[in-house]
Design a protein around this ligand. Sequence first.
Ligand code: ADP
Ligand code: MG
Length: 242
Amino acid sequence: MIKFVSVHKFFGALAALTDVNAEVKKGEVVVVCGPSGSGKSTLIRTVNRLEDIQSGSVLFEGKDVHGKLGGSALNHLRSRIGFVFQSFNLFPHLSALDNVMLSPMKVNGVKRSDARETALRLLDRVGLAAKAQNYPGQLSGGQQQRVAIARALAMEPPAMLFDEPTSALDPEMVGEVLSVMRGLARDGMTMMCVTHEMNFARDVADRVWFMDAGRVIETGAPVDFFRSPQHPRAQRFLSDLH
Ligand code: ADP
Ligand code: MG
């Protein structure tokens, strides 16, 4: 579903991604981990072209994301990829319900009544049926992030990308967001998650990718990665967590 082929990305002289080759299969959950500054955010941001690349290619459902795409093709592509950020990025002047209804109506031309029905179902799915009329400022961080997930799901994307979705949350709210993500994984969603939550990686991921200095230097099943990481940098990363 997502494939990186010899991807290179520079910020000026800085090599942010170097020769990344990896793929996410349909229905797979991949957790991307690695030290700060290793290129995790940059990597997932290339998938919906929030970042451009200098060489190589990124394929989504077989389509070259960085190839020649008109504005509408790019918007269509982006509508197929749900993206959840560390900062929830909800519209502050819209209720939770309206946040979730907005894109399906504006981008996909879904009827208001249908968008509302879907949004209520999704808010229920993330445990927030009772908060539909609340504004973001009236919600906790964990609740806002769950609204952000519902909002992404409203576009019915075949894949979801998460960039440290729990890093901005107070510790007591991390669990509720991870539990929504576990549910998505259980339902077969294709997911690429940048996270430092190694228990989530251990339990939920099909594959773990470890990045260092712009390269994906190790990929493996969680049992192998956590029990016997091959690369010295990965060994050090894991032992520093304990
Ligand atoms: P991570 O998410 O793993 O912490 P990033 O992908 O954010 O790492 O960053 C990778 C490298 O690229 C870092 O050295 C970072 O400082 C640099 N970088 C990220 N975004 C930009 C930018 N917009 N301009 C310049 N350098 C950037
Ligand atoms: Mg990052």
